[in-house]
Ligand binder design. Structure first.
Ligand code: CO
Ligand code: ZN
Length: 336
């Protein structure tokens, strides 16, 4: 999966500007679906037709980034966050705009680093004055981290935007492997604007009217030095979500996931995420409610330019999702 993850993570796609990712996914999925459509927000639906029930599987295309708020007379650019990006990680980090313009974030003189705030940071794109800077960048332009993908010795990957291009990679890989005929209808949703509040998944779930929802996204881990206590580690298998801030996963979906993992000898972990949410949060409260769950890829340093995942977790997530979708899902019993 090295190449797939490389292509997807290196694509430009801050929330609201997912075009490049969407175009890439359409070309990678060519011939593997029965129907493709997009909605007004930019969600990409790849449908595999079939009889009831209907399962919506979602991974988000967008990544966190920054937005231009002001350009000063000396060509320095003021920025604000788009999605959950920490100001403490910013000094010295490079950002890239859609037109290829690159700059580094730095900050005004501070007495203590704890004084660092967004309004004390700026982006330097190497231009001497406002006029030349404004030729390259406009107010409202979005930028994402400028950081390339690397496969590390031993099978781990490091890159920006693992959140959630690894989810997109898992969906694409499953789409390629699935048999032509499935026991039920499945829609692979590549959603937009997850990082600013699960917005794409909200309209997409309303439109597709699924009977079940599954999100594939990254989750935090507790396996780094003096980490917050959390029972998820890199390399121990995909995490089956129990809860996060956006969803209490439906017990039926959770059980189907756990049983499928056990029957097929796929390693898995259970995830209780104390902060953060995912597309399942929007899907499960669509219309009259949709039984939903999530498969999470353990990921270190989420929302930094150097997120680390283990390729064995990706492979096992692909296996788990594939086995889940080729089994017949219940058409009647869906109560909590
Ligand atoms: Co995220
Ligand atoms: Zn995510």
């Amino acid at each position: 999966m090295d190449n797939l993850v490389k292509e997807l993570t290196e694509a430009f796609g801050p929330s609201g500007e997912e075009n490049e990712v969407r175009t890439l996914i359409k070309s990678l999925a060519k011939g593997k679906f029965d129907r493709v459509y997009e909605d007004v927000l930019g969600n990409l639906f790849l449908e595999r037709e079939g009889s009831a029930p209907k399962i919506l599987v979602s991974a988000h295309m967008d990544e966190i980034g920054v937005i231009v708020t002001h350009i000063d007379d000396n060509g320095f650019i003021r920025i604000a966050p788009v999605g959950g990006i920490s100001v403490y990680g910013l000094p010295g980090k490079r950002f890239r705009f859609r037109n290829g313009t690159i700059g580094t974030v730095y900050h005004e003189k501070l007495d203590k680093i704890s004084e660092l705030e967004w309004n004390k940071t700026y982006l330097d794109i190497g231009q001497p004055d406002r006029e030349s800077a404004a030729k390259l960048v406009s107010i409202g332009d979005l930028a994402c981290y400028d950081q390339s993908f690397r496969a590390l010795e031993g099978g781990r990957y490091i890159s920006k935007a693992m959140d959630d291009r690894v989810g997109c990679a898992v969906l694409l890989e499953v789409l390629r492997r699935l048999p032509r005929k499935l026991p039920q209808a499945v829609c692979f949703l590549f959603s937009v604007q997850e990082e600013v509040g699960l917005r794409g998944a909200t309209t997409a779930a309303y439109r597709y009217e699924p009977d079940f929802g599954i999100a594939v996204d990254v989750t935090l881990v507790g396996d780094t030095p003096k980490a917050h206590l959390m029972e998820v580690s890199l390399g121990k298998g995909p995490a089956i979500k129990v809860k996060d801030r956006s969803v209490l996963c439906h017990p039926l979906v959770r059980k189907l996931m756990i049983d499928t993992a056990k029957v097929n000898n796929i390693p898995y972990q259970l995830e209780v995420l104390e902060r953060g949410g995912t597309d399942a949060g929007a899907i499960h409260i669509s219309r009259e409610g949709v039984p939903s769950g999530a498969i999470s890829i353990p990921c270190r340093y989420i929302h930094s330019p150097s997120e680390i995942v283990d390729s064995s977790d990706l492979k096992n997530a692909v296996l788990l999702l594939e086995k889940l979708l080729i089994d017949q899902w219940p058409t009647q019993e869906r109560s909590y």
